[in-house]
Design a protein around this ligand. Structure first.
Ligand SMILES: [Mg+2]
Length: 274
């Protein structure tokens, strides 16, 4: 199994072409794996360190039970995560990476919002520590497209530190050649494939998954976590949590149950890595 990124060999530029290319799957979050709009509000309010306190274990459990399993997670997400988990265990893929343009919120470290969502997703799918790396708005430098979306560069995943990523961002030729060569076995899944610099890797575009879970499910989630409702009200976020969701439900009518995008993704992964 491929253990370290090949960045070290960048000093021995002439020899790096003999090293095998890592097999990496990169996943976007929002509107790709699900509709997680309310997670950010809930996580950020719950993390505010004043009275009353919210128990994070209970909060994650409740979000899994009442929100993720009621439509916030895209259909077949569990199948996708279990497949990657199995392939990683078998040594058929080397890494699974989260690459989101969402900000980590409150803190840039592992107690931020993006890591909170990562924990919830891994818990929901029964695949602990599936993700090996996480890229979010606050730990990657990125250009912004004309429509305001972040441009994601697959090359970032192959580099060890921000200095090298900074060089790649500034189009350093040696580093660009390096990541182009090593990206051959990388697969990235995103609902905005047009905003990805794929290098020599491959991108699978999926339709945006926009419809959130129902209001009753959100009520159930909030009510089953002690102090959460009070805390949301203290922060003036209780109303907006439901209003935003109500607007989205009106905007994106219909049902998500027939969505089979992640089955398509699973089939590509099986074909490429099994
Ligand atoms: Mg997205």
């Amino acid at each position: 199994m491929y253990k370290t990124t090949p960045f070290k060999t960048i000093k021995n530029y002439k020899t790096f072409r003999n090293i095998k290319c890592p097999k990496i799957i990169i996943l976007d979050n929002d509107e790709c794996l699900g509709q997680f709009g309310i997670f950010s509000i809930i996580a950020c309010v719950a993390k505010i360190n004043d009275y009353p306190k919210v128990n994070f274990e209970k909060l994650k459990k409740s979000l899994v039970k009442h929100v993720l399993s009621k439509g916030a997670a895209r259909p077949y997400l569990i199948n996708l995560f279990k497949l990657m988990y199995k392939l990683k265990k078998q040594g058929k893929i080397d890494k699974v990476v989260m690459y989101t343009s969402a900000p980590n919120r409150i803190t840039s470290n592992k107690s931020g919002y993006v890591y909170f969502l990562k924990d919830c997703l891994e818990r929901y799918c029964g695949t602990p520590k599936l993700y090996d790396m996480v890229f979010h708005r606050d730990n990657t430098k990125s250009k912004v497209s004309r429509c305001g979306a972040t441009i994601k560069d697959v090359g970032n995943v192959l580099l060890k530190n921000n200095y090298l990523r900074h060089c790649l961002f500034n189009k350093n030729r040696k580093i660009s050649d390096f990541v182009n060569h090593f990206s051959k076995n990388i697969l990235m899944i995103d609902d905005k494939p047009q905003n990805i610099i794929k290098r020599h890797g491959r991108v699978i575009g999926v339709k945006a998954y926009t419809r959130p879970c129902g209001l009753i499910d959100i009520y159930k989630c909030v009510h089953s976590v002690p102090n959460l409702e009070r805390k949301l009200k203290n922060q003036n976020s209780f109303k907006s949590l439901f209003e935003e969701t109500r607007e989205d439900l009106l905007k994106y009518s219909g049902t998500n149950k027939k969505d089979k995008e992640l089955i398509k993704v699973c089939n590509v992964i099986i074909k490429k890595y099994s």
